[in-house]
Design a protein around this ligand. Structure first.
Ligand code: TYM
Length: 336
């Protein structure tokens, strides 16, 4: 039996932060050798909120370079740009026509983002999860490694696939494969540095709320020095009333590679003044090699172009086959 298929993606909007890394990309890297992986830069999703045309292309390169810099290995994985494979938009349209509107109106991320935008909410923002379903279903993905905030979108993807199968195929020959989310127990919800009850987010207007993968050592030290904590001495993972403490210890654990018991024992008697520089040091050490590789890749435009061209070619074959399958099931006259 061949390897199972993995698909995931990140939007080229703003800087990637530790949440994106620990919730998603790092996990892709860890599991990649066991799967046949497709990782896309979801640039079509990036325009569901107001965006800057002047920086979109550069931001798209930056995410592709960061995938490689974080350790995505082309021996196991294909990297491509969503908008380079037109089947994504086309399947999204077909899925639009089988997805009930009220399924989309229930999406938490839509409600949150729509609230921020007032009257400027686009149809694209509402439709965002259908495009995401198309991304996943085109590749017959078995697993989709994401952070906790994408869980509802994954459930929707499963529901859409099941609905297409119900309406247009028999149970013995489903048209679409139903994927499973892969959400780790740790790192799936990295919290803001300014409020341990809110998730770290690219769209938070407070730069201080997140550590970006490309932050300088100075910035990391400053952000951690100022980050929200509590007045209690002794650090623990397990006090529900100390969300910042849980979050910062988890970051320390994941970035240092130490296990939970070791970190709990090491930090049990520490104060914040002692812990913060320690966390800053492991964050800087973890990000330094990624940043060096990133800079090297961003200076190698020809290489990046080759990677993305080859990725597009490979992705288009897989996606095209699924799209044809769906169109056949829906009864379309094939091109003559
Ligand atoms: P995006 O670009 O918002 O985030 C990329 C990945 O990072 C995870 N993530 C987090 N994980 C832990 N803690 C956080 N604070 C945190 N913030 C973000 C996200 O869960 C995600 O895995 N809709 C997706 C992009 C997408 C996609 C797809 C993903 C489009 N098509 C197909 C998987 C498969 C998104 O907006 O991710």
């Amino acid at each position: 039996m061949g390897k199972q298929r993995v698909l995931s993606g990140v939007q080229p909007t703003g800087n990637l932060h530790l949440g994106n890394y620990l919730g998603a990309i790092r996990n892709w890297v860890e599991i990649q050798q066991h799967y046949d992986n497709f990782f896309c830069v979801v640039d079509l999703h990036a325009i569901t909120v107001p965006h800057r045309p002047a920086t979109l292309a550069q931001d798209t390169y930056a995410i592709a370079a960061l995938y490689l810099a974080c350790g995505i290995d082309l021996q196991y994985s294909t990297i491509f740009i969503q908008s380079h494979v037109s089947a994504h938009s086309e399947l999204a349209w077909l899925l639009n026509c089988v997805t009930p509107l009220n399924w989309l109106e229930r999406m938490i991320q839509f409600k949150e983002k729509a609230l921020k935008q007032g009257e400027n909410v686009s149809v694209g923002l509402l439709d965002y999860p259908v495009l995401m379903a198309a991304d996943i279903l085109l590749y017959d993905a078995d697993l989709v490694p994401v952070g906790e905030d994408q869980k509802q979108h994954l459930e929707l993807t499963r529901d859409i696939a099941a609905r297409v199968n119900d309406q247009f195929a028999g149970p013995e020959a489903p048209v679409l494969k139903i994927p499973d989310p892969l959400i780790r127990s740790e790192g799936a919800r990295v919290m803001s540095l300014t409020d341990g009850t809110r998730k770290m987010s690219k769209s938070d207007p407070l730069e201080q709320s997140r550590i970006n993968l490309l932050d300088s050592p100075d910035d990391i030290i400053k952000k951690l020095k100022r980050c929200k904590t509590d007045p209690i001495r002794g650090l623990t993972f397990d006090d529900r009333d100390r969300p910042e403490c849980h979050n910062l210890l988890t970051l320390y654990r994941l970035l240092s590679g130490k296990d939970k018991t070791t970190v709990a024992a090491e930090c049990a008697d520490m104060g914040w003044g002692q812990f913060k520089p320690l966390l800053a040091a492991v964050a800087i050490a973890a990000l330094e090699p990624i940043q060096a590789k990133y800079r090297e890749l961003m200076d190698s435009r020809d290489y990046l172009n080759t990677v993305l061209r080859q990725g597009q070619e490979k992705a288009a074959v897989v996606a095209g086959a699924t799209l044809t399958r769906v169109k056949d099931a829906l009864g379309y006259l094939p091109p003559l």
